[in-house]
Write a protein that binds this ligand. Structure first.
Ligand code: GLA
Length: 739
């Protein structure tokens, strides 16, 4: 097929009619993809990848398979991305290109490819929005129709690109056993057939699998080189990646179609004439090396997703792991005092502070009743806020507005507000989920936050939790023959609530939590500042989790608290939390003098390094998910290369030779002073070393004991003083040799 002349009319925006032999190009920033309409107006993918925005390549499939499988040439029978039963019962769809619209905003544009069914009055618009500063492309699909009755969308993927992959093509997925096992790293080679990677449960699906996929179409890559495609489904509900691998006769190469979007399992969508179905946005990029992949996702997440991305997040002290539900005013004020003494920025009061007729002494009562439990907190929340303010720190509060215990005033008043399928609903963590398709529920949920923040006037931080999945789907807001729409509609309704809350409380920093990292999608995060990575805070596990999610999300958003989980040495636990958004969830009252000294050193280190960790460039140096998985090292480098911090962790006994730490990303000719600590003693200053020496591995590994650590801060001789006034108590090493 001859792609012919460029289609574009050259204007900043506008529609162009499409004839035959026309091409549509999307330049996503150093990569892109190209489609062309054939004589029938059918769109084909003719280019994808680094050259894809320019040069046609040999892959020539129908670019978004509709209705029935297609065949011929390099386009074998394969499952469709869009599967519709039309109003008259017809199960096929054939789309033809109508026109292409381009809207420009600054350097970016939204390309909308508008197609229509050749028989039915049904339209599909494929939108591609660039973010060239990062190289991440956002895509979504809109469908509407004027047929004589509703149509049913059985599959409604957001994208369906085809790749020509080599025999060693591999994917990495990020999912484990559920609660406390988020972000488990699995790399596998692709083999012929269809592999489905999905998630279920609606409210906290990412406990099962994060909605991201890493594809290495030509086999293993490293940080610096190799084709690597990263794909994130920005959807706060069930997601699906379907990978269709088809061999080619007498060739090593294979065709891979990646379909990505909302999981259609049980969620076919019945679309009325005149209504519009909007698919999730899928954000993806084709990078060279994993470093570039992360750089791109971090930049895009900061620019397009997170609230207040440039603001350095606070050092948080949370009471959950130290008290659970068992506390009173004196205990909390004591912890606030401890948090302030330690130098934290904010005290976060977790679950258990509410419930009057049904006190929240455990997880079996009180959820939904957002009045303070005066038995525990006689002075109300205001006393706690004032106490934090008096100690010079901020106050934050936990809520779970989407949920209810049957043992609550709320449930007694509104038993019909919960998600149920007509049967007796099943409890999970003794609770039920409210149905956000009911307008009164949405108002209630917005009101919960208003009420709680009014009761805790002066609070500037909110942790938003959601501790059960949907197991018995059903909504009385939907007609009986539209029940399957709920899975998609719930996401939009919940986002509506979150958007209202964010608008009403623009100064309140918000953490997104769902039994840990059950909600870690780039869609829901738009109303939040950060997320709770996992309830699993065992630092050995956390190193691997943070390594995995750090591919997609900046550490400013990745909350990591020091806890007693796993019984690991405190310096090690602190060092692991320091490599993400730092905080504590530790019984500060129970710390002995040594423990307190470690925590103080950690806070001082956070003061010096959190700006780097949260806003610097993440460099991954030694992987805890490859090889014998016994070690990890990562670094964060300032934009001007003047400062960096390196975290090295010995996780377990090693069976391999210790690596050197090759500190990349510095100015090779400059001299850097190194300040080293394992948090058991004050930092020691070493060096200076040149950037070249540091890149060549002058920093030896020097760790042997499992759960030991080393933090190396590097400052270029001409660099401005780091925040926090430089390492306190630094002593100069006598030798000046590499630590
Ligand atoms: C979830 C969260 C925890 C904590 C509890 C409170 O499990 O992930 O951090 O807030 O709820 O019930």
């Amino acid at each position: 097929m001859d792609p012919g002349e460029p289609l574009e009319s050259g204007g900043a925006s506008g529609a162009a009619p499409v004839g035959t032999d026309r091409v549509v190009r999307v330049d996503a920033g150093e990569w892109g993809w190209t489609w062309a309409a054939d004589a029938d107006g059918r769109l084909h993918q003719v280019g994808l990848g680094p050259e894809g925005a320019r040069a046609p390549v040999e892959v020539d499939p129908v670019w978004y398979p509709d209705a029935h499988p297609t065949w011929g040439g390099a386009d074998p029978l394969r499952p469709p991305a869009l599967r519709i039963t039309h109003a008259d019962g017809t199960t096929t769809t054939r789309l033809r290109l109508d026109r292409v619209e381009r809207q420009s905003v600054g350097d970016d544009e939204t390309v909308s490819v508008c197609a229509f069914d050749e028989v039915f009055n049904l339209r599909v618009r494929f939108h591609a929005r660039t973010h060239r500063a990062s190289g991440v492309l956002e895509q979504w699909v809109e469908i509407d129709h004027d047929e004589d009755g509703p149509v049913t969308l059985w599959d409604h993927d957001s994208i369906a690109p085809t790749f020509l992959v080599g025999p060693d093509a591999a994917i990495t997925q990020f999912g484990g056993a559920g609660w406390a096992d988020e972000w488990a790293w699995t790399t596998e080679r692709l083999t012929p057939g269809t592999k489905v990677l999905d998630s279920l449960g609606g409210i906290q699906p990412h406990l099962q699998r994060a909605p991201v996929l890493l594809l290495e179409p030509n086999g293993p890559t490293d940080e610096e080189s190799g084709d690597v495609v990263g794909c994130s489904i920005a959807w706060g509900g069930n997601t699906r990646f379907a990978l269709d691998v088809r061999p080619r006769a007498n060739e090593e190469l294979r065709d891979l179609r990646v379909r990505a979007g909302a999981n259609p399992l049980g969620a076919h969508y019945v679309l009325e004439a005149g209504d519009r179905f909007v698919s999730p946005t899928v954000a993806w990029t084709w990078a060279q090396g994993r470093q570039q992949l992360s750089d791109r996702f971090h930049r895009w997440t900061r620019d397009r997703v997170l609230r207040d991305p440039g603001r350095t997040r606070p050092i948080v002290v949370n009471n959950w792991e130290s008290t659970f539900f068992d506390f009173d005013e004196a205990r909390i004020i004591g912890l606030i005092d401890r948090a302030a003494d330690l130098g934290a920025d904010l005290f976060l009061l977790d679950d258990g502070w509410f419930g009057t007729t049904h006190p929240r002494d455990d997880d079996d009562a009180g959820l939904g009743d957002w009045d303070v439990d005066r038995r525990k907190l006689p002075g109300g929340l205001e006393v706690l806020v004032r106490s934090a303010e008096a100690r010079g720190i901020r106050f934050g509060i936990w809520v779970e507005p989407e949920m209810v215990n049957p043992d609550s005033d709320l449930f007694e008043a509104h038993p019909d507000w919960v998600i149920r399928d007509g049967r007796e609903p099943r409890l999970h963590r003794n609770q039920l989920a409210l149905d956000p398709l009911l307008a009164e529920v949405r108002d209630f949920e917005v009101g919960v936050v208003d009420r709680v923040l009014a009761a805790a006037e002066g609070a500037t931080y909110l942790k938003w939790d959601a501790n059960r999945p949907v197991t018995d789907p059903g909504s009385r807001a939907l007609p009986t023959d539209r029940q399957s729409n709920a899975w998609v509609d719930w996401v939009h309704a919940t986002w509506d609530v979150m958007a209202r809350v964010a608008r009403a409380h623009p100064a309140t920093e918000m953490m997104l939590c769902a039994s840990g990292g059950g909600r870690t999608d780039h869609g829901t995060l738009r109303w939040f500042h950060e997320f709770w990575t996992s309830d699993n805070t065992d630092p050995v596990t956390r190193v691997r989790m943070q390594w995995a999610c750090g591919h997609w999300l900046p550490m400013s958003a990745t909350a990591a608290h020091v806890t007693a989980w796993g019984g690991r040495p405190l310096p090690f636990a602190c060092a692991v939390a320091l490599s993400a958004r730092f905080g504590f969830d530790l019984d500060l009252d129970a710390l002995d003098a040594d423990g307190l000294a470690v925590c103080r050193r950690a806070v001082a280190c956070a003061r010096r390094t959190q700006d780097l960790v949260q806003h610097g460039r993440l460099r991954r140096l030694v992987s805890p998910v490859d090889g014998d998985r016994s070690r990890a090292a990562l670094a964060f480098v300032s934009d001007d290369r003047g400062r960096a911090v390196v975290f090295a962790y010995q996780l377990e006994e090693s069976t391999t030779e210790a690596p050197a730490i090759r500190m990349d990303g510095l100015d090779r000719d400059a001299a850097y002073t190194a300040t080293v600590t394992d948090l058991t003693a004050d930092p020691v200053e070493l060096g200076p070393f040149t950037g070249a020496a540091l890149a060549d591995g002058v920093l030896g590994w020097n760790l042997t004991e499992p759960t030991s650590t080393r933090i190396v801060e590097l400052v270029r001789s001409d660099a401005a003083d780091p925040p926090g006034g430089g390492p306190g108590g630094v002593s100069r090493s006598a030798t000046g040799t590499a630590p």
